[in-house]
Ligand binder design. Structure first.
Ligand SMILES: Cc1cc2nc3c(=O)[nH]c(=O)nc-3n(C[C@H](O)[C@H](O)[C@H](O)COP(=O)(O)OP(=O)(O)OC[C@H]3O[C@@H](n4cnc5c(N)ncnc54)[C@H](O)[C@@H]3O)c2cc1C
Length: 390
């Protein structure tokens, strides 16, 4: 395939070379293990370690902690190429790297970075980020999980729901209310909790429709005691970090969707170029071409916007509304593309021997995770009114 997308022109020569290297790595080291990951409900520690050793995990992180010293675009390229092969592995890595590692880089002490960031970038451990609770993930500023001071320590009590990587994580970033009222950003604190801390327990992985390669479970905090040096950043500022992290996560959801869209297009073009119906290749029918054109359009638009937003984030700009636009648009485009891919494959699209069924299942996740489509519309409308002074 020749890359004819307009978005490529937004990459530097060096970034394009990096993209080729990552793509080859994914084809060689990851693709042969996708079925095993889906079956086992997780990627193996060996794959994670290989990615760490190849410098793929920490490409954007400071060299002092084992990273490659690159910009956020390098992380985007890795996310896109991972999702193109397996969206489940991509969300596990999104948590490890785009969320947890980034919080540690932004606000960790030197000791926290050495202890948690270095092994994460090296691919020696998995990590989790705990925001959602059983009473409703959309209302993220009203957690029931609390942390109270006890001398120099903090005691965390509560539970978190749908936590990616939790059955295999070495440590957790946990958002808990430490002061203030529900639905207020002030008064939340971000804690680092080791998996073996007494009182912390992760449940059994859920059996789920989407993202089967990524383990998800409930996590309970039953009077979990941590010392003050487990606070990440400042006390009572944690929910501001969460909101900032969510903007970034939504942009990275765009990268995941771009990878999924590309995977759909790859499969749909290949299959329709081979399959004959009524004596002619599927690709020669205009009803097939309509599907391919809409897929290519969704991919092109999502990718251009993704790369623009990554450049804006690298320049330190706030992109709240645009991040929601990208998340909403690209997840709708990916869902439609996955549905059309299944359709192009006909009955084979519903069989597990082709990746279309997995692409279809996984695409649905991005209309729900990291803020549902309804929440993105609420944010887009709110930010739009705000910009008019309402
Ligand atoms: C596989 C998987 C992995 C996940 N990983 C993590 C993780 O690692 N860490 C983490 O913290 N969370 C994680 N989540 C949680 C995810 O972010 C939440 O599921 C999501 O935010 C939605 O929350 P909810 O499921 O509680 O739905 P709810 O908030 O209960 O929403 C239910 C429905 O109500 C709609 N709704 C909500 N508010 C409004 C409104 N004002 N108007 C109209 N409709 C509304 C929603 O759009 C949705 O359709 C994960 C979820 C999944 C499925």
């Amino acid at each position: 395939m020749v890359d004819i997308s307009a978005a490529s022109s937004l990459l530097t020569e060096e970034e394009r070379t990096f993209q080729t290297v990552v793509r080859q790595f994914m084809e060689r080291e990851v693709r042969p293990h996708v079925e095993e990951m889906e079956r086992e409900g997780r990627a193996s520690d060996e794959i994670l370690k290989k990615m760490g050793s190849a410098g793929i995990l920490g490409a954007f992180a400071p060299e002092a902690y084992g990273g490659g010293g690159g910009n956020l675009m390098t992380r985007t390229i890795v996310a896109e190429e991972t999702a193109r092969i397996n969206a489940g592995l991509d969300i596990s890595l999104m948590v490890n790297i785009s969320l947890v590692a980034r919080h540690l880089i932004e606000r960790g002490t030197e000791e926290q970075k050495q202890r948690y960031l270095v092994p994460l970038l090296a691919g020696d451990t998995w990590a989790s980020i705990c925001i959602t609770e059983t009473h409703g993930g959309s209302n993220a500023l009203s957690p029931k999980t609390r942390a109270v001071r006890d001398g120099d320590d903090w005691i965390i009590t509560g539970s978190k729901m749908f936590i990616t990587n939790s059955p295999i994580a070495g440590f957790f970033l946990v958002f808990a209310r430490t002061s203030g009222e529900d639905r207020r950003a002030a008064g939340g604190t971000l804690f680092i909790v080791d998996a073996d801390t007494p009182g912390l327990s992760a449940g059994k992985p859920f059996d789920k429709l989407s993202m089967r390669s990524s383990p998800t479970a409930e996590v309970a905090f039953d009077g979990v005691r941590v010392s003050a040096d487990h606070v990440l950043g400042e006390v009572d500022r944690g929910f501001y970090y969460m909101l900032e992290g969510l903007d970034l996560e939504r942009v990275f959801e765009g990268a995941s969707n771009v990878g999924s869209l590309q995977a759909c297009l790859d499969l749909a073009v290949e299959y329709s170029g081979e399959r004959e119906v009524f004596g002619k290749k599927l690709e020669s029918y205009q009803l097939t071409q309509d599907k391919i054109a809409r897929m290519a359009m969704g991919l092109e638009m999502s990718k251009v916007m993704l790369y623009q937003l990554i450049r804006a984030l690298d320049a330190g700009e706030t992109v709240t509304r645009a991040a929601s636009v990208l998340k909403l648009y690209s997840s709708q485009a990916a869902m439609e593309a996955a549905s059309d891919t299944v359709q192009i494959l006909g009955g084979y699209g519903l069989m597990e021997e082709y990746p279309a069924a997995r692409l279809f299942r996984d695409a649905k996740h991005h209309e729900i995770g990291a803020g549902t489509s309804e929440i993105q519309k609420i944010i887009i409308a709110r930010e739009t009114y705000k910009s008019y002074g309402h």
